[in-house]
Design a protein around this ligand. Sequence first.
Ligand code: TXA
Ligand code: MG
Length: 325
Amino acid sequence: MRAERVVLDRWNPDPSVIARAGAILREGRLVAFPTETVYGLGANGLDPGAVKKIFLAKGRPSDNPLILHLCDPRDARSLARVDERAAAMMDAFWPGPLTLVLPALPVVPGEVTAGLETVALRMPDHPVALSLIGAAGCPVAAPSANRSGRPSPTDADAVMADLDGGVDLVIDAGAVDVGVESTVLDLTEKRAVLLRPGGMPVEKIAAFLGETPEAADKNSARRSPGTRYRHYAPVVPVRVWRGGELSPDVDPATSGFIGLDLPCGGFARAIVFDSPGNFARGIFAGFRRMEADGVLCIVVQWPDAEGIGLALRDRIRRASEERET
Ligand code: TXA
Ligand code: MG
């Protein structure tokens, strides 16, 4: 069965479509919807049967927990233990691309937390997402709306290409703003831990907390389960370019380039962005475009680590890794 696709005006979404999409979620079915970061694949986050459908549709390992999406920070208190620091961060950063990992209350299904004692919460900064969550009347569990391991979808075409059939309704409100997923921050202990760099720059979080969050490295017990898997990867191999001469085993004539500065001429395809923000906005769509164009290799520039660059580095590294780490 093909998924139904509806187009909505982002700033003025048709209330009857939103009401219908909310009802689909309440009935335990799946709706793909835009957020400011990437498109999400949503289900009623308090309905274990509905949440299981997300894992099936994505082919996602069941030990990788999901983010619950809220339309009001006050709803966080019925799902997690919210201390003063967490409340202050919600105040400062929500709605926005920051996911907070907090101690879960028993009401949160194990299917959402993957059996952990914590739950990830976020309030997306997108009018369609917020009105959908409001219409559903429940927290909406939503991973990125791609097949597991694939680049995250930044428009509805990418959702349809990956998930058509596994989802009941796809809401199309055009391309997203940020292009990479939210920053995931663990607040369950004294020192905050950065589990995944993302749309909210870590510098802003550090300025707010008065200290830099600890980096969750490979061996850290407190790391995001999702970071164990290969991710964000197109079918075509991805090679990192850190400046200087191109590696001699890359033939530009059969390769694509994505980045800020072209290393040389002669690429079969090239997408050159004018800023790190646009690089982030366009990288996943760029992967998909190059794949469709049939290049044999995608060369991606390694950006500076400031601001959104840290999230870009993380996605590029994962897309270029061959095996699970
Ligand atoms: O921007 C985003 O965050 C998008 C949009 C749709 O909101 N969602 C997204 O979800 O990227 P997903 O499932 O693709 O990534 C969620 C990440 C995974 O790395 C997962 O392991 C981590 O958050 N996560 C979720 N719950 C967690 C928890 N309780 N403890 C630690 N990490 C958690
Ligand atoms: Mg994802």
